[in-house]
Design a protein around this ligand. Structure first.
Ligand SMILES: *[C@@H]1O[C@H](CO)[C@@H](O)[C@H](O)[C@H]1NC(C)=O
Ligand SMILES: *[C@@H]1O[C@H](CO)[C@@H](O)[C@H](O)[C@H]1NC(C)=O
Ligand SMILES: *[C@@H]1O[C@H](CO)[C@@H](O)[C@H](O)[C@H]1NC(C)=O
Ligand SMILES: *[C@@H]1O[C@H](CO)[C@@H](O)[C@H](O)[C@H]1NC(C)=O
Ligand SMILES: *[C@@H]1O[C@H](CO)[C@@H](O)[C@H](O)[C@H]1NC(C)=O
Length: 498
């Protein structure tokens, strides 16, 4: 379990990204440690978190809506800065001055402010000032701005109350013209702000992408990096670990929103991020038809993936040996006969790379290792989020589902794999492949009928036993059949090119 946690100490020194630091003067490591007293706190939670937690409320309470809205018609945009890229959003047609919140989504609230926005650090507020008349006086022509203050916690798990309570609440309101003097701009930006958080479950790779970067990309990719990230719970681990993604989203310095006490001024702001489903991009919901393949291309750009695939230079070599990456987990959901499985894959005709989970390697090198694979294999867990690094349309994901969690496993990664136009295979471990045979008698319901056991004992059984207390030892005969199928598929694909 501990191996899932990022090395916070190392992370402190690894902040390779520019940060607009509003505290002014006095650098040094000592100060850094003091400025983020709580930032390791949220990693703590992660020991019990998996992608599957997304499913906890959904599987266990049938009343919760799961489906997303179907295709909608684009609406025409104005000539003003287009903040909201979502088709048919109530905010898509907002004018050049106003505040609009879209709270219609099950997972997330997003608010937009068009016009002159200034921060008020003391109250964690974004204030919208009325348009200025040409000669500089405040123009009190009726602004179309509601009197009501809007509040939003910018994170994509609205339904998870205890977590959302830890996400800071950002306030948005119209300012009176006479407040301008008390909020003079210390820093003027020529791009709108996106307020997001580096908190929540961001220390877990699945959540970092699913709750954080994919939603952020969905929300601002249409601005083409002309956006300033104003980040809550900013911390050097986040900045260092995801530096390529941060600079891929924005051309500007990041603002550490909770510590920067200056007044920042923007020509607009977006507070919160869009969410289209688990590792999902729904093209029909974006005005520019974006897909998960576009998000992969965004990652590829960040990790500078301009190398040609290895096959391109080895076209003459016969027969080709496709590459299989095998994720090696530690602690739980371990493949106990991993060495034999790797030998099996070699004998089937793959070149095998053993990929380590959470070994502290930078994501760019993880990207390089995974994107070189034709097939990525792993037992259900957060590292399979790296399917986003695989080559769209070519690669395959083979997920091994431990006993009792086939639906959870499928729910986390099947749809994303399809959205990348890749092959998805799932290998469901049988009872005799599970380490639980050592713990439960053969006729126990936990082994005999996991679905019934889960219905009886609930999410706790899934989390503690099936996810937290199980290893697998794969049946080499049956697993070999799956590998052979994926191997012949890989050979059938054209050698190089998209
Ligand atoms: C410019 O300022 C004067 C007052 O100083 C005001 O009477 C006038 O309406 C303003 N002009 C415009 C275009 O707002
Ligand atoms: C402001 O609002 C009032 C009433 O709401 C209206 O009569 C007036 O024409 C508006 N003024 C402008 C400049 O829009
Ligand atoms: C989005 O895709 C649909 C279907 O492929 C197409 O009809 C539509 O024109 C596309 N829209 C844009 C803005 O590219
Ligand atoms: C394991 O169980 C499956 C059925 O679930 C069976 O087909 C297979 O033969 C068993 N393997 C062994 C080694 O007992
Ligand atoms: C799973 O395997 C790991 C590593 O071999 C071991 O530490 C752990 O105790 C095993 N868990 C179970 C439930 O057997």
């Amino acid at each position: 379990m501990a191996s899932k946690l990022p090395d916070a100490t190392k992370g402190l020194g690894a902040g390779g990204m520019d940060v607009e630091d509003g505290s002014g003067g006095g650098g040094g490591g000592k100060k850094v440690a003091g400025r983020w007293p709580g930032f390791v706190h949220f990693f703590f939670v992660l020991t019990v978190v998996t992608c599957a937690l997304v499913y906890a409320p959904r599987f266990l309470s049938p009343t919760v809506p799961v489906d997303f809205l179907g295709p909608r018609q684009p609406s025409s945009g104005g000539d003003a800065l287009v903040l909201d890229n979502q088709v048919n959003s109530p905010c898509a047609s907002m004018g050049a001055h106003g505040i609009c919140c879209d709270r219609s989504d099950f997972n997330t609230d997003v608010c937009f402010m068009a016009g002159e926005v200034r921060t008020d650090a003391a109250s964690l507020s974004f204030l919208l000032f009325p348009p200025q008349a040409p000669n500089g006086t405040a123009n009190d022509a009726n602004a179309t701005v509601a009197e009501k203050e809007e509040r939003v916690r910018p994170y994509t798990r609205k339904w998870e109350k205890h977590l959302m309570a830890n996400i800071q609440e950002v306030r948005l309101r119209a300012a009176r013209p006479d407040e301008a003097d008390a909020h003079r701009c210390d820093v003027r930006h020529d791009a709108p702000a996106l307020v997001m958080t580096a908190g929540g479950y961001t220390g877990n790779l699945f959540h970092a992408f699913n709750d954080g970067f994919l939603p952020a990309w969905l929300t601002v990719q249409h601005l083409r990096r002309r956006v300033v990230l104003a980040v809550l719970a900013y911390n050097p681990w986040w900045a260092g670990t995801f530096r390529e993604l941060v600079s891929g989203l924005s051309d500007h310095h990041v603002i550490d929103l909770l510590h920067d006490k200056r007044t920042h001024c923007f020509p607009g702001a977006i507070v919160g991020t869009r969410f289209h489903g688990i590792l999902a991009v729904e093209p029909a919901r974006t005005k520019d038809n974006r897909t998960l393949v576009d998000f992969h291309d965004f990652l590829a750009g960040g990790y500078k993936d301009d190398s040609t695939p290895p096959e391109a230079t080895q076209q003459q070599q016969q027969p080709r040996r496709p590459r299989l990456g095998l994720y090696s987990r530690k602690g739980t959901r371990v493949i106990e006969n991993e060495a034999a499985v790797a030998r099996l894959a070699e004998s089937v005709g793959f070149d095998v790379s053993i990929l380590e989970t959470a070994n502290g390697a930078p994501l760019s090198s993880e990207y390089a290792a995974v994107s070189a694979c034709d097939v990525l294999v792993g037992v259900h867990g957060a590292d399979l989020t790296k399917l986003l690094f695989l080559r769209p349309r070519r690669a395959a994901l083979l997920q091994i589902a431990p006993l009792g969690v086939p639906h959870v496993a499928r729910g986390c990664y099947e749809k994303a794999t399809a959205m990348m136009e890749m092959q998805y295979e799932q290998y469901d471990a049988a009872a005799n492949e599970s380490s639980l045979v050592r713990k439960y008698p053969a006729d126990d319901v936990v082994l005999r009928d996991p679905e019934a056991a889960t219905r009886e004992r609930g999410w706790d059984l899934t989390a503690r036993v099936y996810l937290g207390g199980q290893n697998v030892s794969l049946d080499l005969g049956r697993f070999g059949d799956t590998l052979r199928r994926l191997h012949s598929r890989a050979l059938r694909l054209p050698v190089a090119g998209p």
